[in-house]
Design a protein around this ligand. Structure first.
Ligand code: ASP
Ligand code: MG
Length: 471
């Protein structure tokens, strides 16, 4: 194992769900502590974020319906404290007090929501309690077993924009805050571990924001990024999988682990359906050139894990992975000349952006008489309504077709840059098996080639491509 001064480790909810998982977490921390300073970044206890969202929603409607979910939240935390922290220690009492105090605040917040009017910033404030509580309790647990540890709440460290629910970090400002706050602690001999809350930051005017679901990954990346000019850092994301696979094992049985992958490729994987990491954290790791590892939580010593680094290793394998999104909708807008009018595409994109519809795929024929986009299946009804009622697209000279039975397959590999013949081979192998390609697109970065096919053919096509390019 390469030696680092500082290891930032992310532990998600499944590492913090019961005595067994938590004792595994402790074992991992102790092992790494022998060699490096450690920052641990933790998610809420398993299931708590969903319960907090539920609490928020119920509070907006009828605060009297919240008792049950609050009781659930209470029991999960109390059980964790009672199961793990020795009752004779001051940390036990302290954790209970911290918990009771914060729970009271939370209940109070629920009561005022209806008066203040429901809003995304209140929702963010409420769900941040999950990470605040879990991280404080983990921190106190470590102190109770003699591992000196300091708790820091990430709203004091990470500055973000005002996009509540999916905020973006302001990296430069954040970097300097984190350096100022953390480097004296890391350099001092008294504190060995710093426990940082995952998932949230705050705006310049001190409102709590969250970084999107799964955002604790991003918090860990931001911590390493900010400290990497002062310390030799790496990030370890402890997960309930071994790492990135080269295909979805539910679709391609032979799917296997990728031991190394570049940031560029990993970002493509994270975007096209692999939910292993929050996609933005790869951007941040890449920017700071911070080596990252996705490691299996249940087998921490294993050599089977994914290392993500800057290098694009051009082995004999040009294609690294075949990924797919099975449920996708395809929207095709057609019109003789209208599409080519400047501004039509801008209007389409604005309509989508204003209504929070994410585009997964796009292609426009060069004759400019049609444009095709792929969107989440769940957004299909919404877009249909929006287009047909739009002043522009609802006009008779556009024809709008929406197809809900399609899938997207992405063939990914950074080494296909300047390698001719990949697209040709895709067409050939699929054509030989009578699989019709409905649309195709390739980013000019040449990191992936994306095709759209009928959903019925998805599994077969993934396997054909896997056999042709990987196995
Ligand atoms: N607790 C948050 C969530 O469930 C953040 C995280 O787990 O990374 O999305
Ligand atoms: Mg989580």
């Amino acid at each position: 194992m390469e030696k680092c001064d500082l290891v930032v480790m992310k532990f998600g909810g499944s590492c913090l769900q019961d005595i067994e998982s938590f004792s595994q977490t402790t074992k991992i921390i102790k092992k790494y502590l022998k060699e490096s300073k450690i920052i641990i970044v933790t998610s809420a206890f398993k299931g708590i974020t969903d319960k907090l969202i539920d609490f928020y929603n119920k509070s907006c409607k009828d605060v009297n319906s919240c008792a049950e979910v609050i009781e659930d939240i209470k029991q999960i935390h109390l059980k964790f404290i009672n199961d793990n922290i020795n009752k004779e220690t001051p940390e036990y009492k302290d954790s209970l007090e911290f918990f009771e105090l914060n729970l009271k605040d939370l209940v109070q917040l629920g009561r005022v929501i209806r008066l203040l009017r429901p809003s995304l910033d209140l929702q963010d404030l409420i769900i941040s309690y999950g990470e605040k509580l879990s991280t404080y309790i983990v921190n106190q647990y470590l102190n109770s077993i003699g591992i000196s540890s300091k708790f820091l709440s990430s709203d004091e460290l990470i500055l973000t924009d005002n996009n509540f629910g999916n905020a973006l970090p302001l990296l430069e400002e954040t970097e300097s805050i984190i350096q100022k706050r953390l480097s004296p602690i890391i350099k001092s001999d008294t504190n060995h571990i710093i426990c940082v809350t995952g998932f949230y930051g705050s705006t310049k005017d001190k409102k709590i924001t969250t970084l999107g679901r799964g955002g604790t990954d991003l918090t860990a990346a931001i911590m390493a990024y900010s400290l990497s000019s002062l310390f030799k850092c790496k990030v370890i994301y402890w997960k309930d999988v071994q790492g990135f696979l080269d295909a979805d094992p539910r679709i391609a049985e032979q799917a296997s682990l990728l031991h190394q992958i570049s940031y560029l490729e990993a970002k493509e994987l994270a975007f096209f359906g692999s939910k292993v990491l929050h996609p933005l954290c790869l951007d941040v790791n890449e920017k700071g050139n911070i080596p990252s590892e996705i490691r299996p939580f249940n087998d921490p010593e294993s050599n089977d894990y994914t290392k993500i680094t800057k290098e694009i290793i051009k082995g004999e394998r040009i294609i690294k992975a075949i990924t797919s999104i099975q449920r996708l909708s395809m929207v095709t807008i057609e019109s003789g000349t209208m599409i080519s009018l400047p501004g039509t595409v801008a209007k389409l994109f604005n309509l989508l952006a204003e209504n929070n519809i994410n585009i997964k795929f796009i292609s426009q024929s060069s004759s400019e008489n049609n444009i095709t986009i792929g969107i989440d299946f769940e957004d299909s009804m919404k877009i249909s309504y929006l287009l047909r009622n739009s002043d522009w697209f609802g006009k008779q000279w556009f024809s709008i077709k929406i197809d809900n039975d399609i899938s997207l397959i992405a063939v990914i590999g950074a080494a296909m840059l300047h390698t001719p013949g990949i697209a040709g081979k895709i067409f050939t192998v699929l054509g030989e098996q009578n699989i019709n390609i409905r649309a195709i697109s390739q980013g000019s970065s040449e990191l992936n080639i994306t095709i759209i096919i009928e959903r019925d053919h998805c599994k077969k096509a993934v396997n054909i491509l896997y056999n042709a390019f990987i196995s």
